[in-house]
Design a protein around this ligand. Structure first.
Ligand SMILES: *[C@@H]1O[C@H](CO)[C@@H](O)[C@H](O)[C@H]1NC(C)=O
Ligand SMILES: *[C@@H]1O[C@H](CO)[C@@H](O)[C@H](O)[C@H]1NC(C)=O
Ligand SMILES: *[C@@H]1O[C@H](CO)[C@@H](O)[C@H](O)[C@H]1NC(C)=O
Ligand SMILES: *[C@@H]1O[C@H](CO)[C@@H](O)[C@H](O)[C@H]1NC(C)=O
Length: 188
């Protein structure tokens, strides 16, 4: 009986060892990935509306007491967004994608600042199905500002870059905004 048990244990051990030998989870580039970097410029308008019949930004959390300066998006408030991206600044301009994610209001002072954690996905043309990831500080009261592009999907694999933002329209009372984006992306 004991011998059998020992044999079983040995057999199991052997199995485990052989599994370990075959469990190498990495290899050199074998999937035909081509390392030729490209630069792409993207130009569009983001419509971020907190009010109206169909707001594209909704508050999902806030501190249990008011903190910091009075603002349309006060300190500590978090908003989920599904903002349309349009070709032009007109409300009827063609939608070419959407910005989905959330932003957190991060300034206790008058210099309203958002931390953007947003995936910009495209639904038209060459980049349909691809997206870029933005994780960045956004000092919204500055007329010109820059966000960091930290990654991407699809045709924007391994993307890195920056987005230059210009406020096209802002209602400081309710926070509704149309923002012009000029993005420069390095990708493969
Ligand atoms: C957008 O389209 C709607 C419906 O066709 C129209 O009522 C509105 O005036 C248009 N807006 C602009 C800025 O052209
Ligand atoms: C974008 O891609 C989706 C999914 O592949 C497809 O259903 C859709 O027709 C495409 N749209 C355009 C405008 O190419
Ligand atoms: C800005 O928002 C306030 C509050 O919702 C509204 O009363 C006002 O009409 C808006 N201004 C413009 C220019 O839309
Ligand atoms: C967007 O970037 C391009 C290329 O750098 C530049 O020519 C253009 O003036 C920029 N537009 C805006 C509004 O920043």
């Amino acid at each position: 009986m004991e011998k059998k048990t020992i044999l079983l244990v040995l057999a199991l051990l052997f199995c485990c060892m052989s599994i370990q030998v075959h469990s190498k989870y990495h290899s050199e580039n074998k999937n035909g990935f081509h390392y030729k970097e490209k630069v792409t410029n993207l130009h569009f308008y983001l419509f971020d509306f907190l009010t109206g019949k169909n707001p594209s930004a909704v508050e999902i959390a806030r501190p249990n007491r008011p903190v910091g300066a009075k603002a349309s998006t006060p300190f500590g408030h978090i908003y989920a967004i599904d903002d349309p991206l349009r070709e032009g600044p007109d409300e009827n301009s063609t939608v070419i994608g959407n910005a989905r994610g959330f932003y957190l209001s991060t300034s206790q002072s008058e210099d309203l600042t958002l931390l953007m954690n947003v995936d910009f996905g495209f639904t038209k043309g060459e980049f349909n199905g691809s997206s870029i990831s933005v994780v960045s500080r956004n000092p919204v009261t500055e007329p010109h500002r820059e966000l960091a592009v930290v990654g991407g999907r699809g045709k924007f694999r391994l993307a890195r870059g920056f987005a230059e933002l210009t406020t096209y329209y802002l209602n400081t009372t309710n926070g509704d905004a149309i923002i012009e984006y000029n993005v420069t992306v390095l990708h493969y």
